[in-house]
Design a protein around this ligand. Structure first.
Ligand code: UT7
Length: 339
């Protein structure tokens, strides 16, 4: 059988501080009801000052390694929009926090599609024999990027991390990554952006008056592009695997907005209850969103061994993608972490 990467563990981690819609309704010109009905989000977690993305990523990674009974991965890949610093990458710090100093470690930047890009990189390394085990992490501290006066982004985003450990295996076995599709359209870069801090708009003291350091999103066109691209990408991986839509047990979409998840399910012809949803509790955690949803699905035993799972996401770049896998046979969590 052909070589494939197989999921050996899934884990998540959330910082303890919860921010409710009620709290945000006092901070912004919005209401609890608007946030809940327009996005599906009820609460999200935010880091306190002093907690970096690498802290969340390392904890999710540690839990993934522990749940597989492993203490080593040959490569650590961190998908993030909120690295600890613009330079260097966050993954080497995460690897060292896990006691893995010396292994290959790098970041991937594809905003909310970041986890799928990282999954493709990790799965390819494992399937090609370049790594026996790959630790693929999505981690964000998005709260650090938010404009305190912008109600649109302020109510949506949350912080967290999710991790998947991949091992070498064969296509067709439970847990195998069967197909990944990725895409991008750089003409849409302005729809989701942080302008300052890069080569275009330097983070230099002299530029401070003109630089915009905050995350900006044009919500409506992003919404429409997300529904279209996530649906198309889902169809592409279904074609590659030969699976029919009816064969799908779970749609695990990027947790951006409940209306996007239901629109994608509807366009695919799936009942809405097959869309796994945890954004009510965590908000939009960008690159962490899909692995966190998988971790919650696992903890709540919503995913069964051999179930057919389709992942799909859309994010800044613009970027998008989808992946098809079967759910692995994972040991029951004795003491499930409270992610
Ligand atoms: O993670 C990467 C991918 N991101 C996404 O997929 C996000 C996609 N976009 C969305 O989820 C939605 O577009 C939002 C949740 C951001 C906005 O919802 P919407 O239904 O698309 O609202 P809208 O932007 O069309 O705005 C409708 C109204 C506007 O008021 P007017 O112009 O109709 O008077 C906004 O000013 O809603 C207003 N609005 C708000 N009202 C209360 C926008 N944000 C808020 C708010 N509270 N927080």
């Amino acid at each position: 059988m052909a070589h494939a990467a197989v999921v050996a563990a899934v884990a998540g981690h959330l910082p303890p501080h919860v921010v409710t819609n009620h709290e945000l309704a006092q901070r912004f010109d919005t209401t609890e009801e608007w946030i809940r009905t327009r996005t599906g989000i009820v609460q999200r977690h935010h880091v306190r000052a002093g907690t970096a993305t690498s802290d969340l990523a390392a904890e999710a990674g540690r839990r993934a390694l522990a749940s597989a009974g492993e203490d080593h991965a040959d490569v650590v890949i961190v998908a993030t929009t909120t690295p600890d610093r613009p330079c260097p990458a966050t993954a080497p710090t995460v690897a060292s926090k896990l006691g893995l100093t010396g292994v290959a470690a790098y970041d991937i930047a594809a905003v909310c599609t970041g986890f799928l890009y990282a999954l493709q990189a990790g799965a390819s390394a494992v399937a090609a024999g370049a790594a026996r085990r790959a630790l693929v992490i999505g981690a964000e501290t998005f709260s650090t990027l938010l404009d305190p006066s912008d109600r649109t982004t302020g109510v949506i985003f949350g912080d967290g991390a999710g991790a998947v450990l991949l091992r070498a295996g064969a296509r067709g076995e439970a847990g195998a990554i069967e197909a990944v599709h990725l895409g991008s359209d750089g003409t849409l870069a302005d729809l989701i952006t942080v302008r300052a801090g890069g080569s275009e708009q330097r983070a230099h003291p002299d530029d401070e008056a003109h630089a915009d350091p905050y995350f900006r999103m044009d919500g409506r066109p992003v919404f429409m592009a997300a529904v279209r691209r996530m649906t198309e990408s889902a169809h592409t991986v279904l074609r590659r695997t030969g699976w029919a839509v009816d064969d799908l047990d779970h749609l695990v979409g990027h947790q951006a907005n409940i209306r996007i998840l239901h629109a994608v399910a509807e366009r695919l012809g799936l009942p809405p209850e097959r869309a796994l949803v945890n954004l009510d509790r965590v908000g939009n955690t960008a690159a962490a969103s899909i692995p966190l949803a998988l971790a919650h699905g696992r903890r709540e035993r919503r995913l069964g061994t051999g179930d057919r799972v389709l992942l799909t996401a859309f994010g800044g770049g613009a970027t998008w993608g989808a992946a098809a896998l079967t759910w692995p046979d994972l040991p029951d969590l004795q003491h499930p972490p409270a992610t």
